[in-house]
Design a protein around this ligand. Structure first.
Ligand SMILES: *Cc1c(COP(=O)(O)O)cnc(C)c1O
Length: 346
């Protein structure tokens, strides 16, 4: 990449090894289950997560929607965090497409939801109320600053779900970042979940795709939903080939992205003009000190125009910039960012 792009980890380009694997990929028609590379990706992803089966989907949004459509009937309700990606940033697809009613519960500063709040969100068997079918977690939690949630907490929610005959879905777009942060096998973080999605196209660096995993018959229903959503692809092996490298080779290096985020936050915190608000996993949030004369938009523009560095104001909160490290943000890039900021801020 010829510029330094910190706006998201979704901006990560495929690696040279991925491009080569894409060019060489064996392919077939995946709607006939004939694509060996897609089949391999699905099998390896399921094994890595400790689930029976998996399905390759075009995006995390599609994976979450396929999961909800496969778990719920129209008119049923799910319990979900009020700041969750599924509720806030997926256009209410569950309601638009599935007739599913979100019942939101506050997400705490530590990225969890209180069990008593989850309990209170379960509708009684009452003809006035939609039937509650599912509870959803997010790990790492986007709006909670990229905080990971632990295997212990997830197990508590899984136990709560089982006790109340609810399904548990995990939006694990960055579940491998969570596994890296806790230094645990990713299986432990999803052990009690009926379904889990993760993104190949963020920290894992693939150009396209996510994976949804769960039990065999659930995945069959999710495949039906994927088809209806237009997400069943033909020679998708060219995409899955990059995803396989992401799954096989990129998960173990995510801790480096976290270390780089920490290093960058430390570097920026040296400037009196910068207020670091949080740094977790590969996320940094910061604002400019009140006495900095430049506006946030000007700061972003100067970095972009004069230094080839891209940052973006955070849509969730005014006056805040969010940064995310990824494969293409290396140590020299961190040094360049810190030096550019030192030149701009007094
Ligand atoms: C990125 C993301 C998704 C899915 O996003 P797509 O852009 O549709 O792949 C879902 N949940 C979370 C928490 C995310 O960060």
């Amino acid at each position: 990449m010829d510029y330094i792009d910190l706006r998201s980890d979704t901006v990560s380009h495929p690696t040279p090894a991925m491009r080569e694997a894409m060019a060489r990929a064996a392919v077939g028609d995946d709607v006939y289950h004939d694509d060996p590379t897609v089949n391999q990706l699905e099998a390896e992803a399921a094994a890595k997560l400790g689930k029976e089966a998996a399905v390759f989907v075009t995006s995390g949004t599609q994976g979450n929607l396929c999961a909800l459509l496969a778990h719920c009937q129209r008119g049923e309700s799910i319990i979900i965090g009020d700041t969750s990606h599924i509720f806030r940033y997926e256009q209410g697809g569950m309601a638009q497409v599935g007739g599913i009613v979100p019942h939101t519960v506050p997400v705490q500063a530590d990225a969890t939801m209180r069990l008593c709040d989850l309990e209170n969100a379960i509708n009684p068997d009452d003809e006035h109320k939609p039937v509650t079918r599912l509870v959803a977690l997010e790990n790492t939690h986007n709006a909670a600053g990229g905080l990971p949630i632990s295997a212990e907490y997830t197990a508590e929610v899984a136990e709560f779900a089982r006790r109340n005959r609810l399904m548990l879905h995990i939006d694990g777009a960055r579940i491998f970042n969570a596994a890296a942060a806790f230094a645990v096998d990713v299986k432990e973080l999803v052990a009690g979940a009926d379904s889990v999605t993760f993104c190949l196209s963020k920290g894992l660096c693939a150009p396209v795709g996510s994976v949804l995993a769960g039990e065999q018959d659930f995945i069959q229903r999710a495949r039906r939903a994927r088809k209806a959503l237009g997400g069943s692809l033909r020679q998708a092996g060219v995409l899955a080939a990059a995803g396989l490298i992401g799954l096989q080779e990129m998960t173990d290096r995510l801790i480096g992205d976290h270390q780089n985020a920490q290093l960058l936050a430390e570097g920026l915190s040296e400037f009196p003009g910068v207020r670091i608000l949080s740094q977790n996993t590969n996320f940094i949030y910061f604002s400019l000190a009140p006495d900095v004369e430049m506006t946030l938009d000007e700061f972003v523009r100067v970095l972009r125009e004069d230094y080839n560095i891209r940052m973006s104001p955070y849509s969730g909160e005014k006056g805040v910039i969010r940064l995310r490290t990824h494969y293409w943000i290396d140590r020299p890039a961190i040094a360049k960012i810190v030096s550019a900021v030192s030149a701009i801020l007094p």
